[in-house]
Ligand binder design. Structure first.
Ligand code: FNR
Length: 199
């Protein structure tokens, strides 16, 4: 069976550069044997995490419905490929907020919520930026957070600078960069075959 890989850009912007790179990863992931779960975080709008809001929802028996819906998607994923923009030298709040909400245990559905969504699943990271460094700093912060969540973060990573000029027709124009991207997709699928929870 093809391993299910959740792929998403950590931007809700309609024409996001990170979404362009995420889209370019679909074909290489599929070619390597993955069942790609290509998510748009615009379809999963979560409130900003607030403990009081969580407590009020739990008093009604469950986490907020939008959180539960995304947790169910993450629960099905056997690995993650995240393409992040860089905000002030770090990851955007959208990424942290998404990871944080889904890391919360839901007493109504413990098997599909909390740390089990992330633990021991392979993850790969890429970044984009219109600047020359390609969001390199955000990559290291994202790596720290995913590592904290006990994900197996691949050492390979890619930062695509001048991303507004770097991607055309679903491919990275620079051949070496394209090869690196494909290599990361292949490494993630192989790691998921080896380490994933699928039979
Ligand atoms: C940015 N941007 C940015 N770029 C960068 O390379 N390094 C940085 O530290 C920052 N900081 C930053 C902070 C904030 C609050 C915003 C809104 C933007 C620019 C950023 O790379 C650019 O807006 C991208 O287009 C955002 O990514 P998406 O939405 O295109 O994927």
């Amino acid at each position: 069976r093809a391993p299910r890989i959740a792929l998403f850009a950590a931007s809700a912007r309609r024409d996001a550069l990170s979404k362009r790179l995420a889209a370019a990863c679909v074909a290489p992931l599929q070619a390597a044997g993955a069942d790609v779960m290509h998510l748009d975080l615009n379809d999963h709008t979560l409130p900003l995490y607030r403990g009081d809001e969580e407590a009020a929802a739990l008093a009604q028996g469950s986490l907020p419905a939008a959180v539960v819906a995304l947790q169910q998607v993450f629960a099905r994923a056997e690995a993650f490929l995240v393409v992040t923009p860089e905000y002030n030298g770090s990851i955007p709040p959208l990424l942290k907020n998404t990871l944080d909400w889904c890391s919360r245990p839901n007493p109504a559905d413990p098997a599909r919520s909390g740390g089990v969504l992330y633990a021991n699943k392979p993850a790969a990271l890429m970044a984009t930026s219109p600047g020359p460094l390609g969001g390199m700093r955000a990559l290291f912060h994202a790596r720290d957070v995913l590592g904290y969540l006990n994900m197996i973060v691949l050492p390979q990573q890619l930062a695509v600078g001048r991303a507004h000029e770097a991607i055309a027709e679903g491919k990275l124009i620079d051949e070496r960069q394209h090869k690196t991207m494909v290599g990361i997709c292949e490494a993630l699928v192989h790691a998921t075959f080896k380490l994933g929870s699928h039979p």
